[in-house]
Design a protein around this ligand. Structure first.
Ligand code: ADP
Ligand code: MG
Ligand code: MG
Ligand code: MG
Ligand code: MG
Ligand code: MG
Length: 694
């Protein structure tokens, strides 16, 4: 959607002059879309995933696994293949009944992204096509690579930016776009957009980006750890001084370039809602799940040749595109800039947008920075306060890349300026308006998950999230907690083995009670109330509508509690209270059912054929066991693989041969091979590739 429009990208100095122009016309474009589609109802569920791959090039002789920079050649071959397939189907006049996967470029010149080709439908049987399609994508990708190249779905490549060679071919870590100590610019997709993004983020910020991930202190890791691989004395670019001036922290793995973040792979899911209101509800309801599924899918324990003491990519990407100036980051008083901005443009969402009654104002407890002029433009045009706030907040950002040919647009037909800002707000959730001139509806994207090693796992997580949206809608589930608590969960999710060791804020009573706002007393305290929450989900749902409506409101702090991820996913028994044993009724009410049971109950309410149900049960089993710790996350599995390798010196260093053996083992798992039981702790005996044709 204009993302890869061809043209001449302006340098940062020029882009600045157009910032207001892009923002104002972007909002204008949004208003056209909104006016045309806000009343559309009855779109069906369509959904699709995005899987990102790294292309690995083996050098078997030197026991080395490198990142192949042949993205362009591979994509060209894949595009021709896709055209050929579509032509054959057209000529035969019948579809093969299978979707023809589509491949896209990504930031890294070693990366590919693939989507199913056509979205999946609401039919439960269609869920069987997801893993099949993912297997097929991997096969097709491999068919268009060289014999020594393979697609792998690792979230972070352990030796990206490590000393020596990590790309094929080799390039010295020098380049004017990123000015990195560690990554050559040749690693960046050469399309003008990407080097320009990289350079303009650095220029806007006024320094290189700086990510510091805590190092995993192993038996032989020096303490304090002062990284010998940081070239503190280099004087090639002015920004080389950043590291000496404190950007590189002791006891941390320092990274200084966009590629460390945008060069990671992830798993994203997009759903179409029936209408704008449902999309807004799903956006909100899925937001608190972002950190939970980040921890559950954790898959990135190694960075720049070192083991880290965190398991997830998120804060690395957030830092890697953090274009805020020092003033905006609060480092010095505001003088040249308009706002102090608490977060990077890549981060967890700041604001709930649903107009449903469950969305209590207290949940939006972050100070929202907004562009007041744009907010007025939105509300003057009739947009409600919440949606206006959402966009007035996203549109505090500057455009980073502007193509000179695309400055003037027809706002009634184009969404280019809108997408310029919208799609460079990379957040845990994205609210996607219909692209003009299409019959696509309002959509919501779930963006926090890390990519999994096998397609079996990726299908499991993609499908679980989709089924969860169905359960949310059917049972009117309510996952709201204050958004500041979601932020805190996001930080905790990064910790090593967070999935089994940490507790997360989560809502206790998830069966959306429909409160009347007049039940809240002016002092905010609860009115006298006989019953606890009432379920819309249980069998008495119809009977008790009145009591639900007249229910009183608990203080927000009583609505949530600390949960382990095991409890969130697999449920928890009621806590005994000081008043002695619970009655059966209280017992029922205090029990938290767990997300797996909610999805199972949803499936029970549908007619599902045996084959579909068995497959879905296997996916839910995986997620359930990841949550309980019976199966490892990819992060834990990778960490243990590295620490168990005979060449590992217990000094946190992930050497080239260790990396090579890791990638070869990962390849075997993606092919569904047992490889002496290597994947047992990850997959528990399930094949990672059940539908491969070869
Ligand atoms: P982006 O990179 O902007 O997030 P992509 O086009 O790469 O978007 O991927 C979007 C996903 O949404 C794909 O899996 C695609 O199959 C799916 N999709 C396409 N059309 C629809 C639709 N109308 N509703 C929901 N999902 C859709
Ligand atoms: Mg995409
Ligand atoms: Mg994208
Ligand atoms: Mg992508
Ligand atoms: Mg996406
Ligand atoms: Mg979009």
């Amino acid at each position: 959607m204009g993302l890869l429009s061809l043209g001449t990208p302006l340098p940062w100095k020029e882009v600045q002059k157009y910032a207001d122009h892009v923002r104002e016309h972007g909002i204008e474009q949004f208003l056209h879309i909104w006016k045309n589609t806000k009343d559309e109802r009855g779109n069906s569920l369509l959904w699709g995933d995005e899987v990102e791959y790294m292309v690995v090039s083996y050098d078997h002789e030197n026991k080395s696994a490198l990142l192949s920079l042949r993205q362009a050649e591979i994509l060209t071959a894949l595009e021709e293949n896709e055209k050929r397939q579509r032509k054959i189907e057209d000529e035969l006049g019948v579809g093969s009944g299978q979707r023809i996967p589509t491949f896209h470029p990504e930031y890294g010149r070693y990366m590919l992204e693939a989507t199913p080709g056509q979205p999946y439908t609401a039919s439960l049987e269609d869920l069987l096509n997801v893993e099949r399609n993912m297997n097929r994508r991997r096969e097709i990708a491999k068919e268009h690579m060289l014999p020594h190249e393979i697609p792998v779905t690792l979230t972070s490549f352990p030796r990206l930016g490590a000393p020596g060679q990590f790309t094929d071919p080799y390039y010295a870590p020098i380049g004017n776009a990123s000015r990195s100590f560690f990554l050559p610019d040749e690693l960046i997709n050469p399309h003008a957009r990407f080097p320009t993004l990289t350079a303009n983020i650095r220029e806007r910020r006024g320094s290189k980006v700086a990510m510091n991930v805590p190092i995993f202190k192993d038996k032989n890791t020096p303490s304090p750890f002062i990284d010998p691989t940081v070239p503190y004395d280099r004087n090639l670019y002015p920004e080389d001084a950043n590291a000496r001036q404190g950007a590189a922290l002791p006891d941390h793995i320092y990274m200084d370039s966009m590629g460390f973040g945008m060069g990671c792979c992830c798993l994203q899911i997009t759903f179409q809602a029936t209408d704008i209101d449902e999309a807004r509800r799903l956006y909100d309801q899925l937001a608190p799940l972002g950190p939970i599924f980040l921890a559950l899918t954790a898959a990135s324990p190694a960075w720049r040749g070192y083991l880290s003491d965190q398991d997830c990519r998120w804060n690395v990407i957030a830092g890697s595109v953090d274009d805020r100036t020092e003033e905006e980051r609060g480092g010095r008083p505001l003088k040249n800039q308009r706002f102090v901005i608490p977060k990077s443009r890549y981060d967890s969402i700041d604001y709930y947008i649903s107009q449903s009654r469950e969305c209590r104002p207290e949940y939006n407890d972050l100070d929202l920075v907004m562009d007041d002029k744009l907010k007025k433009k939105l509300t003057d045009a009739g947009v409600d306060d919440k949606l206006a706030n959402h966009y007035a907040h996203l549109f505090i950002r500057d455009p980073i890349v502007v193509f000179s040919e695309l400055v003037d647009q027809d706002d009634t037909t184009s969404s280019d300026h809108f997408e310029n800002i919208q799609s460079t707000n990379w957040q845990t959730m994205r609210f996607k308006p219909p692209p003009p001139g299409t019959n696509i509806g309002w959509r919501v994207e779930f963006r926090s998950m890390e990519i999994q090693i096998t397609d079996f796992e990726n299908a499991a997580f993609a499908i679980f999230i989709v089924l969860l949206t169905r359960a949310i809608l059917s049972f009117k589930l309510n996952f709201y907690i204050p958004i500041s608590k979601v932020d805190r969960n996001m930080q905790v999710a990064h910790r090593r083995d967070a999935v089994i060791n940490e507790k997360f804020y989560f809502r206790k009573d998830i069966f959306a009670p429909l409160y009347h706002s007049h039940d809240v007393q002016s002092n905010g305290s609860e009115t006298a109330s006989e019953d606890a929450s009432v379920s819309l989900y249980s069998s008495d749902a119809n009977a008790s509508t009145d009591s639900i409506v007249n229910k009183t409101v608990k203080p927000v702090e009583e609505e949530y509690d600390m949960f382990t991820i095991d409890e969130i996913i697999n449920g928890r028994k009621p806590k005994p209270t000081s008043n002695g044993p619970l009655s059966d009724v209280e017992d029922e009410m205090n029990e938290f059912p767990g997300l797996v049971r909610l999805v199972q109950d949803y499936l029970d309410s549908m007619s599902v054929d045996v084959e579909t149900r068995c497959t879905l049960n296997a996916y839910m089993d995986l997620i359930s066991k990841r949550a309980s710790g019976e199966l490892y996350t990819a992060a834990r599995w990778i960490r243990e693989f590295i620490r168990g390798h005979p060449k590992y010196q217990f000094d946190s260093v992930v050497g080239s041969e260790v990396n090579y053996d890791l990638v070869r083992t990962v390849e075997q798992l993606t092919l569904g091979n047992e490889w002496n039981g290597a994947g047992e702790s990850l997959l528990g005996g399930m094949s990672g590739a059940r539908y491969r044709s070869s």
